[in-house]
Design a protein around this ligand. Structure first.
Ligand code: ATP
Ligand code: SF4
Ligand code: MG
Length: 331
């Protein structure tokens, strides 16, 4: 991380467990990281590893089971309802499926105006000013003004996601959780939305937590990356380091699955075999144990946790440094 930058968000020991009929589901289990102002933290991992739950727990859309979330130095988990309502302006979310997150009965301009009315940034008396702000936001996200009276079902996925982004921006936030914002879009539109989000970050100094299951998406977008497996962080590093020197066998497997458009580059895809450990009352020790090609008895150590392997690069693996654990099978 850039040391001259100011820390905006810090998450300490964050846990979110769900009570399920089968037992306690450890969706997010002791997560720790920080994000500096104006930077992007990419969060990657397979479906069900707890990415969305973590994003929601940070925003208190899910009440965390344990831990601390510091925003501008204050633990927001201690905030009462009225302080949380104020904080909503600073911390926003963009969802994966813009169609599901938009009210089908609201026009584009109504949908964009709604958060500003709820937050009382404008009243109904300020109708003209509010409409001007809606137009400004539409321009900012590249939506033509003529679409103001359209309904979500009349628009394509890319335009609907632009509405989602305009709604998030309408409250002038400092921090946005982007939860798979391009995964539901056609590949051709994904790049447009990613470019838009990057331009808005530069223009407005936004800080992002960018959740995706696709490592190639975060590669060009993130300053740092967190890799999650079954609710836990298994590796965290500045983006360049993570791609150059992935240490955790799970990260290595994820990276090996990215196609490289170079015929001379040897593809050496690591296939993950074995059953996935259940997130319900998981056994102590490494949760990747049953799928890891390097698993040994020592990996059942219940105190397994992140260790710094080089400056800023953290890995949770009992066999770090063991010559048998190949540093990068694709190198
Ligand atoms: N409300 C809930 N009640 C019970 N279990 C839940 C709830 N929400 C999520 N989970 C469980 O928590 C775990 C993490 O789910 P989550 O949606 O956070 O994963 P994800 O990484 O975002 O997955 P995806 O990539 O599919 O979006 C999963 O096992 C999921 O079934
Ligand atoms: S701790 Fe053991 S099982 Fe877990 S990733 Fe490391 S080598 Fe594999
Ligand atoms: Mg999710």
């Amino acid at each position: 991380m850039n040391e001259n930058k100011k820390e905006l968000l810090r998450v300490e020991g964050l846990k979110k467990y769900f009570n399920t009929p089968g037992g306690l589901l450890h969706a997010v289990d002791n997560v720790n990281f920080s994000i500096n102002e104006g930077e992007t933290l990419g969060v990657v991992g397979e479906s069900g590893c707890g990415k969305s739950t973590m994003g929601r727990a940070i925003l208190r859309l899910h009440e965390p089971t344990e831990g601390k979330v510091f925003f501008e130095g204050h633990n927001i988990l201690e905030y009462d309802k009225s302080k949380m309502k104020q904080l909503r302006r600073d911390m926003q979310i963009v969802f994966q499926d813009p169609f599901a997150s938009l009210n089908p009965r609201l026009t584009v301009s109504e949908a964009i105006a709604a958060p500003m009315l709820i937050q009382k940034m404008y009243t109904k008396k300020d109708r003209v000013e509010l409409q001007k702000q809606v137009s400004r936001l539409m321009e900012m996200v590249g939506l033509a003004d003529r679409l103001k009276n359209s309904y979500p079902h009349e628009l394509d996925g890319g335009r609907r996601q632009r509405i989602g982004i305009a709604r998030a921006l309408s409250l002038k936030p400092k921090f946005i959780v982007c939860d798979e914002p391009v995964s539901a879009l056609d590949v051709s539109i994904q790049a447009q939305i990613l470019n838009l989000m990057q331009d808005l970050q530069d223009e407005l100094g936004l800080t992002y937590m960018f959740i995706t299951h696709n490592l190639s998406v975060v590669k060009h977008f993130s300053d740092n990356i967190v890799v999650m497996y079954l609710g836990q962080m298994v590796e965290m590093a500045p983006t360049e380091l993570l791609f150059k020197n992935p240490v955790h066998p799970y990260t290595q497997a994820l990276l090996s699955a990215i196609p490289i458009p170079d015929p001379d580059y040897p593809m050496n895809r690591i296939l993950m075999k074995g059953e996935i450990t259940s997130p319900i009352n998981p056994e102590p020790g490494c949760r990747f144990y049953k799928r890891c090609p390097y698993a040994k008895d020592c990996c059942k150590n219940p105190n397994i946790g992140l260790k710094e392997v080089e400056p800023g690069h953290f890995v949770s693996c009992e066999r770090i440094g063991d010559p048998e654990l190949k540093e990068n099978p694709n190198a």
